[in-house]
Unconditional design. Sequence first.
Length: 224
Amino acid sequence: MKAPTFSKKNIIDVFQYRHATKEFDTHKKVSDGDINFILKTANLSPSSFGFEPWHFVVVEDPELRDALRPVVTGAPLRLKTASHFILGLSMKAPMTRWDSNYIMHMMKEVKQFPEDIIKKYLGLVREFQEHDFVLDTDRKIFDWASKQSYIALGNMLTAAAMIGIDSCPIEGFIREKAEVLLKEKFGVDTEKYGLSYMVAFGYRKENPKRPKSRRSINDIITWK
């Protein structure tokens, strides 16, 4: 595949355009083709060891959106007005420990590694989890998976902005209550998956009142 080329200015323009949209225009809906494009960029995102420890729930049912409101502290207006509202789930320890059935499935069925490579790869993953990063609790393993899911989130936000679609990443939710809801209303196996974030997509109701502000690039980079 030939390497794609894009204007650096156009890329920077995309990042300048993207902002955390507070309220969406309820008269405009993101097309099926566009939301599937955005989700495809999540599907193609990189992850540690290529294990893809994520799942995305697109909440279209108005009743399920209503059910989320009591546990979403950071975005009730976004939940109400967004064209598409997505729950970003990450795998918990039973799915992502080095000796799990899921990890074996990824190596055998998805990556189709031969047996000798699987054995070697499992050794590397075990070393990483037990010694390099010391992922010795279920919460640490979930947080490691969440880090990978956030890569997919960043790619979705940028991809959306590239085609003129607005977004807002959301962490404002009550974790314990949200996971009870996931189990009871969404059919999510919360022994295997936890909620890392939510993200809303749509079209901004109005432009930001202030220009984007960031620290100077010299304040965040050190050259040695």
